[in-house]
Design a protein around this ligand. Structure first.
Ligand SMILES: Nc1nc2c(ncn2[C@@H]2O[C@H](COP(=O)(O)OP(=O)(O)O)[C@@H](O)[C@H]2O)c(=O)[nH]1
Ligand SMILES: [Mg+2]
Length: 321
């Protein structure tokens, strides 16, 4: 039995484990399942045209052109060496190979690295509207429920209403929020970390403004924030999580590349997977940036955020195949 069939067997019994992925990936699943099933109906036998259409389907799912080329080459080799002729058999091999591609050579962890002592500082960056503030609220709730003492810092001093939005979240999930009257985000960061140390908090989540129009400015601003953090907690930030919006497709990949040039991005939060039929982007992120996706946003509600898990993700996309 193939890898995917094993996963399917496990998760179809443990439905609660995968319910968020199941619901959040409905759009991608419908698209993928229909396309791949149609392909298998159209081509009983596998030939070059089959592979060409498969390439298009995968590219349309935002897996990324380079990644798709590499993938299809590998698939062709396997078809040849194992003498596979039936497109229905190949359907399952496709899913197995996508999974293998993600896991292969993958030494990175999708877990948050927590500090051994003092507060763990997590910095959230990314352009406007991608879901930074919402993700911080969701993560704060998760961490709080897991027993950690959490505090949030409103360091987006640029966007109108940004501070109030985080304060709203704070009230909803009963987590304190540090704000500032200053226009300088570093001032909020300083006050926030200081409060976290004095109040013996376990985790500090820092919300920042998302401005990418000018690399030099962004680099200076993030540099300044990082210096302020390090002054109070020398080995922090422990994580710098870049938030990107799955509905923006390859644009999101460009954002990863741009932000990585100016700061050390340790992980990605991929939001709004529920809002796209092109959920294949997770695979492109891994192949093209090498930065791990640590969380995925699968809806607007507070519980609609999950630590990233490749097996659950693959199940969510392909379970009806
Ligand atoms: N459907 C969906 N909406 C999301 C998700 N994450 C964030 N949003 C929405 O995206 C919009 C922008 O989010 P916000 O947190 O303000 O973005 P920010 O500017 O990066 O802080 C809000 O309407 C959120 O409800 C998600 O995973 N799924
Ligand atoms: Mg915000």
């Amino acid at each position: 039995m193939g890898l995917f069939n094993k996963i399917k067997k496990v998760f179809s019994k443990e439905k609660d484990e995968v319910v968020k992925y199941d619901e959040g990936l409905v759009k991608t699943r419908k698209e993928f399942t229909t396309e791949i099933s149609n392909l298998s109906k159209k081509y009983k036998d596998i030939d070059d045209n089959y592979f060409e259409e498969l390439e298009n389907i995968l590219i349309m799912a935002d897996i990324g052109v380079n990644t798709v080329m590499k993938f299809v080459d590998k698939l062709k080799k396997r078809v040849k060496s194992e003498k596979i002729t039936d497109s229905n058999v190949l359907k399952e091999i496709i899913v197995d190979e996508l999974l293998i591609m993600y896991v292969e050579g993958n030494t990175f962890s999708s877990k948050i690295s927590f500090s051994e002592e003092g507060p763990t500082v997590i910095l959230f960056i990314g352009v406007n509207g991608v879901g930074k503030t919402t993700s911080i609220g969701k993560i704060a709730k998760r961490l709080k429920d897991s027993g950690k003492k959490v505090i949030m810092v409103a360091a987006d001093t640029f966007r109108a209403g940004a501070i109030e939005q985080l304060e709203e979240w704070g009230k909803r999930i009963e987590v304190p929020v540090v704000t500032t009257n200053s226009k300088d985000p570093s001032a909020a960061v300083y006050d926030g970390i200081d409060a976290a140390i004095k109040g013996e908090y376990d985790v500090v989540l820092v919300d920042t403004a998302g401005r990418l129009q000018n690399k030099v400015n962004l680099m200076n601003e993030l540099g300044k924030i990082n210096n302020v953090i390090k002054k109070l907690v020398p080995n922090a930030p422990h994580e710098t999580l870049l938030v990107i919006d799955a509905t923006t497709g390859q644009n999101g990949i460009s954002q990863v590349k741009s932000f990585s040039e100016v700061t050390n991005v340790t992980g990605i939060i991929l939001t709004k997977l529920d809002g796209t039929a092109k959920g294949g982007i997770v695979l492109a992120i891994k192949e093209e940036t090498g930065i791990p996706v640590k969380f995925v946003g699968l809806g607007e509600k507070v519980e609609d955020l999950e630590p990233f898990d490749i097996e659950k993700y693959i199940y969510g996309i392909f379970k009806d195949l």
